[in-house]
Design a protein around this ligand. Sequence first.
Ligand code: SF4
Length: 322
Amino acid sequence: MTEVLVVELLGGLGDVLLALPSVVALSRTHGSPVDVVTFTPGDALLRHDPTVGSVFATSDHSEGAPRRFLEEVLARKRYDVIVSTTAYDGIGELCAASAPVSATSLWRGAPDGHLVDRRFLALLADDGVIAPAYADEPLRLVLTPDEAAAGEAALGDVRRPAVLVPGSGMPVKEWGGARFAALAAGLAGAGYDVLTAGLEVPAELAGLPRLPPGDLRHLAAVLAAVGTRGGVVVGGDTGPVRIAAAVGCRVVGLFGPTSAGRYGFSAATASNLQGWPGCPVRLPSAITEQECWWTGRCPYAPEPACLADLAVERVLAAAVGD
Ligand code: SF4
């Protein structure tokens, strides 16, 4: 059996899901489950996936700790193929030195318009690490029947849900409470039952019901139920929206500082809306070097000018499927 390892130590929930189609493609190509090294709590998203073998997860993000954790994993087991989305702290070189076959340069080139998870697959196919037949493996998160049933039950008698995800952990990526409130009114007028999700809910949305609480897998199951009821999830470039896309729910992504062409949701059920596409500050291929990303401030306006460019009417039309 070919032993395959994927190293995904970038840190966000969304990063795990960006790597997941590659995990599936590697498993299908080599005919064996793929081990994964990643962070908690995103490791939970891989549970019950038959293409995933052992998951080694750490919660220690401190300097040097992720590499030491990987070294411990590699000391316990030999791999024939190692793929890494992660290069910092010499992790890429460590992976390349630890297996006869490796792919550790998945961010090379990074052309705008090539979605990150699709780009990973294309590069793995170019490198001969996956079979071309699996180079367009869709993103999908596996739920057990019991989990799916629990998600349906938790959603109760909500008939046609619209779930708003206003927070992102980074204010420069957020559309703003007033716009979400106007969107909520429009969605209610279109017959949707509007709910909110996420840890941060702005005051303007405080009167709306919240999505039922639970852990990450329960969230995924509830979002799958939103999808089966003809619902929609609207939010920025953030984990819960990517989870919704991964369980087949229709999503509308609101992209400001991040490029929709790079970080947009690859699901066929996704609408990726880009605010101010021509902003000269945006660096689709080098987000961490982008001025507004590391300062957290837009140089053009008190709030992100790109997100202000996304009119409520445009988002509402995408959400109701016009
Ligand atoms: S500079 Fe402003 S308008 Fe441009 S991407 Fe950054 S936040 Fe958006």
